[in-house]
Design a protein around this ligand. Structure first.
Ligand SMILES: [Zn+2]
Length: 62
């Protein structure tokens, strides 16, 4: 998991070089915390971090 990168646009955890959520390619390894969103449409947590999809998201981008 140490090599995981997070999208700086939407905070989604990215496997590879392009974010599957927003299509962004600006990725960073400098993130803290991780959360799994299951129901982004109804999740307060998803709203709090502005998640627009289900999946893993970084809580904080440094
Ligand atoms: Zn993204």
């Amino acid at each position: 998991m140490a090599a995981d990168k997070a999208c700086t646009q939407c905070r989604a955890m990215v496997d590879g070089s392009t974010c599957v959520v927003c299509g962004g390619t600006d990725l960073t390894k400098s993130w803290e915390g991780q959360i799994f969103i299951f129901n982004f449409e109804t999740s307060d947590v998803a709203k709090a971090i502005n998640a627009k999809a289900n999946g893993r998201f970084a809580l904080k981008i440094k």
